[in-house]
Write a protein that binds this ligand. Structure first.
Ligand code: GDP
Ligand code: MG
Length: 714
């Protein structure tokens, strides 16, 4: 297998809304370039970048999948990504090893909710964006409408560089607006166009579109502008160079037209990528995590720590070896595979690298490049390339590896907070043993899965990005690890607190022949600020309770507080001041003072206006603008407090605080309210008092449920 230098590498993340045809277009590009002998199809499970059994079963991409092809002496690495809202973090992570985003938009629907979201991701990274309006062969495909929606969402820098010839089922090809030549194709053919003149009926439109393109390219470039005004046009080679530069600098977002399924214009999309997409070498210096920045730049030759920081890491074979792991597969069949980008240096087969994130050594045997699920061994990979390696011992997504003597650390990925949580229970005893092991394996490849035990409710919880995400995990547990589970809504971890002050007396006295028991204490109780927990103040002077029994009083109070007063939920955010008491020379002991503390606590609670607290979630919801009104109304009915609203490119983002109890099935509810076009995330914010009207219901339900646990007074 050949290797490629960074100037001949193009790394492109194929991103966009779900169903815009990303996987089909990727298949067509691979087929046209000769990387596959058959045009793979999503619908029959033969698409190269959609091989995972969960993806085939659902006919949708769930995870980012790299593939590659050779075109015009360049290796184009294509990373196909999911476009479904709850898997969109995979698309975000796939942008890191790429130099350009190929944003795929459906020719019928134009810009959709996730189109706007991935655009934002790319914009945050200042990544060049090349747009393909795909599925132009569909009924009701409309290039003008698609362009208008793109311009509305992303501005006037969006400019066509192709024009489609024909439309819907009569789509036959494209006009290249740079070279002003036309290319025609046969539907479902080999993707190689036949060059010809621009059809007469398109001549005028093509001329205007060409001029609009030239004008936009020349904008802000005085020499080009002058050339354009003098000659009325710009020579083709100048235009090509200037367009390449404008794309690289995010001044122009070119729009291409194609049909992936019909394999129309795919050779031209490939041409466009090799001619205009930034090369791996053109990537701006990569930012590094602060600690190692100075060490990484300039091979340590730079004496000026300050300026080397700003330089970051250049993509170059001669720099220090620096790899970044952007994806991990871990399953019983494929084993453990790490996908990485070589940001700098040349990695060789059988090399031993250092994992700087985990401070471990890793041997790179079987260095390879992946075409979907097929690995091809390679001897080395140059700076800028993407590769894979099997069987690393302890490397996970987000890790940085390189030469131990030249430490490099890339900034970690920031994953979104999980949106939904379920209580997870094994179906049988046999499943119980396998559950944690299976889940921990799954967590190696999917960092959005969280698995933990709630300290208060004692339930095992699984959290993920949404309903379908959890379903995929449950399905993988069953198929890969033969473990069956039951999911339930998690219990709400309510708490209790006080709103008033109290002064109480706990006296424990028993005389039962021989040794008696005697403990006696007086306490004051007062509320504390939310989130402060518990404070115990010893205010005993003069030894009315001997020192060694004071911790027993505290222990009695703490234990009683854990068991709750109103409904069995832990009591928090209160202060106890122990200020008086008495003891007996013979009968006093630790147990007696513990009992006295507990009695004092319960008496104090009676007076201190006890109340229930509930967890409040910080929720962020993204929806297409048209749903904003109904989503806000719904949040009100869930006792939500709206904190802010923001809209960008047709998407409204609502921030609100909502009680957890009202959010238990929000994943499914949001899907049905927005036809699957909304997404949300939430995390615990704080605890707040439960409205009086709801308290009695919760207390009654809790008592009924844990009837056997309600404390019986001795
Ligand atoms: N008519 C038409 N259908 C397409 C085209 N590309 C994809 N499709 C169909 O659209 C659906 C979604 O395609 P897919 O590639 O999975 O989209 P993705 O979710 O963006 O990866 C599938 O049923 C494809 O067969 C196209 O160019 N024309
Ligand atoms: Mg797909």
């Amino acid at each position: 297998m050949k290797t490629y230098e960074s100037a001949n590498l193009r790394n492109v993340a194929v991103v966009g809304h779900s169903h815009s045809g990303k996987t089909s277009l990727t298949s067509a590009l691979l087929y046209t370039a000769g990387a596959t002998t058959r045009l793979g199809r999503v619908d029959d499970g033969s698409a190269m970048t959609s091989w995972d059994e969960e993806e085939i079963a659902r006919q949708m991409s769930i995870t980012a999948t790299p593939a590659f092809c050779e075109w015009d002496k360049c290796k184009i690495n294509l990373i196909d990504t999911p476009g479904f809202n709850m898997f969109l973090h995979e698309a975000k992570a796939a942008l890191i090893p790429a130099e350009a985003a190929l944003l795929v938009v459906d020719g019928v629907s134009g810009v959709e909710a996730m189109t706007a979201r991935v655009w934002e991701y790319a914009a945050e990274m200042e990544m060049p964006r090349i747009i393909v309006v795909n599925r132009m062969d569909r009924d009701r495909a409309d290039k003008d409408r698609a362009l208008e929606s793109l311009r509305n969402a992303f501005g006037r820098q969006v400019v066509p560089v192709f024009l489609p010839i024909g439309t819907e089922r009569n789509l036959t090809g494209v006009v290249d607006l740079v070279t002003m030549k036309a290319y025609t194709y046969s539907m479902g053919g080999n993707g190689k166009g036949k060059e010809g003149p621009i059809p007469a009926e398109l001549a005028e439109e093509a001329k205007q579109a060409h001029e609009a393109l030239v004008e936009l390219v020349a904008e802000g470039k005085d020499e080009l502008m002058e050339e354009f005004f003098e000659k009325g046009t710009i020579p083709e080679d100048h235009l090509i160079t200037a367009l390449h530069e404008a794309i690289r600098e995010d001044r122009i977002f070119p729009v291409l037209f194609a049909s992936g399924l019909g394999n129309i214009a795919t050779d031209h999309v490939l041409d466009f990528l090799t001619t205009y997409a930034p090369t791996a070498a053109e990537r701006p210096a990569v930012k590094l995590a602060a600690v190692h920045e100075a060490a990484a730049s300039g091979n340590g030759a730079s004496s000026n720590g300050g300026s080397s920081k700003a330089e970051g890491l250049k993509v170059s074979d001669s720099g220090p070896l620096a790899l970044y792991v952007f994806k991990t597969i871990s399953d019983p069949f494929a084993g453990h595979i790490s996908f990485f980008k070589v940001f700098s240096g040349v990695v060789k087969n059988d090399a031993t690298l250092h994992n700087f994130t985990r401070n471990t050594a890793e041997k790179f045997s079987h260095l390879s490049i992946m075409q979907g699920k097929t690995a091809t061994p390679v001897a080395e990979l140059h700076a800028g390339d993407i590769g894979a390696v099997a069987k690393l011992k302890g490397t996970l997504t987000g890790d940085s590896l390189g030469d131990k003597a030249k430490p490099i650390q890339f900034p970690g990925v920031i994953f979104p907070e999980p949106a939904i949580t379920f209580a997870i229970e094994p179906k049988t005893r046999a499943d119980e043993d396998k559950l944690a092991n299976g889940l921990h394996k799954l967590m190696e490849e999917d960092q959005m899965v969280r698995f933990f035990r709630d300290g208060q409710t004692k339930e095992f919880l699984i959290a993920g990005t949404g309903q379908q995400h959890i379903e995929v995990i449950v399905s993988k547990l069953k198929k890969r690890y033969h473990t069956e589970v039951v999911l339930k809504a998690p219990k709400v971890p309510y708490r209790e607190t006080i709103r008033g002050r109290a002064d109480a007396h706990g006296r424990h006295k028993k005389q039962s022949g021989g040794h008696g028991q005697f403990g006696d204490c007086k306490i004051k109780m007062e509320p504390m600020q939310r989130g402060t927990g518990f404070e115990f103040v010893n205010d005993i002077f003069g030894g009315s309770i001997p020192k060694n029994f004071i911790p027993a009083v505290e222990k009695g109070i703490v234990e009683a507080a854990e068991r709750g007063y109103l409904a069995g939920y832990p009591v928090v955010d209160f202060k106890v001041i122990l200020y008086a008491g008495s003891y007996h020379e013979v009968d006093s002991n630790e147990i007696s003072f513990k009992m006295a503390g507990r009695l004092a606590f319960r008496q104090a609670m009676e007076q201190a206006k006890p109340t229930l607290l509930e967890p409040i979630m910080q929720v962020e919801i993204s929806i297409p603008d048209e749903f904003a009104g109904s989503i806000m109304g719904d949040l009100n009915s869930r006792r939500g407090r709206i904190q802010g609203m923001d809209n960008k490119g047709g998407t409204t983002v609502v921030k609100a605080e909502v009680p957890m109890a009202e959010m238990l099935s929000y994943g499914a509810d949001l899907t049905s309210m927005t036809q699957g076009r909304g997404s949300f995330s939430m995390e615990m914010a704080h605890y707040d008092i439960v409205p009086a009207a709801l308290q009695d219901k919760i207390i009654a339900a809790a008592k009924a449920e844990r009837g056997e646990m309600v404390e019986v007074e001795e």
